[in-house]
Design a protein around this ligand. Structure first.
Ligand SMILES: [Zn+2]
Ligand SMILES: [Zn+2]
Length: 335
């Protein structure tokens, strides 16, 4: 198991390189709500035009958006989600669910979901492709897949990150944004990934990730502050601590495997997935599926309707931004 986690410069990390940029993430989210045009992205998010242009270009280059001409003179383009871009949506739902559960506050989630296929108020679950049961962190074992160890050469040019994590909360307020504000940072997520593989000790995490001591202390402190890790002393002389996932932290596991599914499908090297997941209860290798909690069928951007949830009013007034998310349903597929 340890070998597997070390060799996975895994699909999750690659996926996070794409979505952990706040603007990129927010643009994707707008697209899931049906926004396609430059001016609309610009006004909904209050994003500077040049930043918007470069992020859209990047999303096209990464194959998440495609540029489609909708007017001849003057030439105008809109940005539509590709299949690859659309397929990231279920992972976003899992993020939202985690945020709803742990960060929404006493008012409840800002946005409720109805699964159109079954017509029921729903949430998303990560299930086993083989037995359809919900995946629990304790039920999964790992081994290297054919693509293990192939990822190191895929480092991407870093986007200039917006320094302010509050950018995640711009425009529409919802639990996805709140969640990414905490975990939408590559190192933070990689530290969590180590924890999901059972690594608890500072030095071991540092060694596995090649992360600097001060960044690691900083991130661990933050994660303890958010209640994702509990710090436990395991040695008195010298004093040594380990970092154990809380219930809230363990619950992030579904977020990780939802991203893993997308990354393996769309970003994995030709050799195949770097990591194979094995579901102990059914005894089969599996692919994580993001499914409706009521009917169990796999969910898609266009199967979901949104309603204002109990926490919507608070979210709107938090910075005076307009109540957009709750009022707007995603547009139907144009293809
Ligand atoms: Zn299973
Ligand atoms: Zn359903």
């Amino acid at each position: 198991m340890r070998e597997a986690s070390q060799s996975t410069h895994c699909s999750v990390a690659r996926t996070l390189e794409i979505v952990s940029d706040p603007w990129t993430f927010l643009l994707l989210r707008e697209a899931y709500f049906g926004v396609r045009r430059f001016d609309r992205f610009k006004s909904n998010l209050g994003i500077p035009g040049s930043t918007l242009a470069s992020r859209l270009q990047r999303l096209v280059k990464d194959g998440l958006f495609k540029q489609v001409r909708y007017q001849e003179s003057p030439t105008r383009h809109e940005y539509k989600l590709t299949e690859k871009g659309r397929d990231l949506y279920p992972s976003m739902l899992i993020l939202m669910k985690w945020g709803d559960r742990w960060l929404a506050g006493p008012e409840g989630p800002p946005l409720s979901i109805v699964h159109k296929t079954c017509g029921q108020p729903s949430s998303a679950l990560v299930t086993c492709s083989h037995c359809n049961r919900e995946i629990d962190i304790t039920d999964v074992t790992y081994r290297d897949g054919p693509g293990a160890g192939h990822g190191k050469g895929t480092a991407r040019r870093r986007l200039r990150r917006s320094s302010n994590p509050d950018n995640f909360l711009r425009g529409r307020k919802d639990s996805v944004a709140r969640t990414l504000k905490i975990i939408g940072n590559k190192w933070t997520f990689l530290i969590l990934r180590e924890a999901f593989f059972g690594v608890r000790r500072f030095d071991e995490v540092r060694r596995n990730l090649g992360i600097s001591t001060n960044i690691l202390s900083d991130r661990l402190q933050m994660l303890v502050g958010y209640g994702i890790f509990q710090r436990r002393q395991y040695n008195t002389r010298p004093k040594r601590f380990e970092y154990v996932l809380s219930e809230r932290g363990r619950d992030l596991y579904s977020v990780m495997i939802a991203f893993l599914r997308w990354g393996d499908k769309w970003l994995a090297v030709a050799a195949g997935p770097p990591l194979i997941l094995h579901h102990t209860p059914c005894g089969q290798d599996f692919v994580p599926v993001v499914a409706c909690s009521v009917c169990g069928s796999a969910v898609d951007n266009f199967d979901m309707d949104y309603m204002a949830g109990p926490g919507a009013a608070r979210a709107e007034t938090a910075d005076g931004s307009p109540p957009t998310a709750a009022a707007e349903a995603p547009t139907p597929p144009a293809a």
